[in-house]
Design a protein around this ligand. Structure first.
Ligand code: ADP
Ligand code: UVW
Ligand code: MG
Length: 279
């Protein structure tokens, strides 16, 4: 801003791609007058990434977006998934905020919302007795679930690659007959927990798309690089912007797409006529 004081600043909303999510999917089952007044609905995130991936994948498949159904996994420090029907977002795992859905580096992902009240209560169960409240205000719960949960809370690292390496090392030590402390089970717990949530949404989105899925697309640091995770979700593979890594057990196409949110923003700016008009 200081270096280019006369430049226009352009903001892109990471939620725009998800504006096509139908109301019965984007609404929460709460009073709708309050929901509308306060804007309490599913917005979804990683929209720039999904826009980029949809374009790259449809070019790769030689298919029109309007004729393409995908299940896309954006698995990075922040992780989400998207069901794309006829080139449009039908559902996504993040919600009103990025907290919902899959766990991530420091996010818990979906939890039973009542967990917050149990977490902040000494008794471990809901009570109206204030003396039982621990020194955690409910508003702090949002911070805890966003910034002090996920891999960081489960294992002490935010690096998923490290979790996979440690899990493998433990398995090797076990196989060699070495004693392994109970605490070392945390690596596998984090890995398996993530795989479980991912598979849960793959199944849900497969059903929502009526089984008509052109491809399952892996992206984000974990999706692009973790062969272990892809194997657990049912597939395996390589390198390039979009790579065909074969078919899953049910004969669905599996792709890996190196996503690029910055390039998507730059492209949208470059292609928008209005940004090139002189004032
Ligand atoms: N080979 C790998 N196996 C598993 N995880 C990996 C591998 N390489 C990178 N990662 C993980 O990818 C994550 C970062 O993904 P990225 O999409 O760059 O995140 P961000 O959301 O910060 O942009 C880190 O947790 C990193 O450990
Ligand atoms: C919503 C979002 O972009 O999350 P992250 O930056 O963690 O990927
Ligand atoms: Mg990210």
């Amino acid at each position: 801003m200081e270096a280019l004081p006369n430049a226009n600043s352009i903001a892109y909303f990471d939620t725009s791609f998800h504006r096509t999510i139908p109301p019965h999917i984007s609404s929460y089952a709460i009073r709708q007058d309050i929901a509308k007044k306060r804007g309490l609905q599913k917005y979804g995130f990683h929209g720039l990434s999904y826009t980029y991936i949809l374009h790259a994948v449809t070019v790769f498949l030689h298919q029109e977006p309007a004729a393409t159904n995908l299940i896309v996994l954006h698995l990075g420090s922040g992780a989400s998934m998207c069901a794309i029907r006829a080139g449009k977002s039908l559902d996504t795992t993040m919600g009103l905020t990025p907290l919902n859905g899959l766990p991530g580096a420091t996010r818990s992902g979906a939890v039973d919302p009542s967990l917050i009240f149990h977490y902040t209560n000494r008794a471990g169960r809901i009570s109206h007795d204030r003396s039982l409240a621990v020194n955690v205000h409910v508003t702090q719960a949002e911070d805890i679930l966003n910034k002090h949960a996920g891999w960081a809370a489960l294992t002490g690292t935010t690096d998923f690659g490290e979790i996979v390496r440690q899990m493998r090392a433990v398995e090797e030590r076990r196989a060699a007959g070495e004693a392994v402390g109970e605490e070392e089970g945390k690596w596998k717990l984090a890995f398996d927990l993530f795989v479980d949530r991912v598979i849960g949404y793959v199944g849900s989105y497969f059903a929502k798309l009526g089984g008509e899925v052109d491809a399952l697309v892996f992206s984000g640091g974990i999706g692009e690089r973790s062969v272990e995770l892809r194997e657990e979700v049912g597939v395996d593979g390589a390198d390039g912007v979009v790579v065909d890594i074969g078919t899953s057990k049910d004969k669905k196409r599996v792709l890996v797409c190196r996503t690029d949110e910055q390039l998507e923003m730059a492209k949208e700016c470059a292609l928008s006529e209005k940004f090139w008009r002189r004032n």
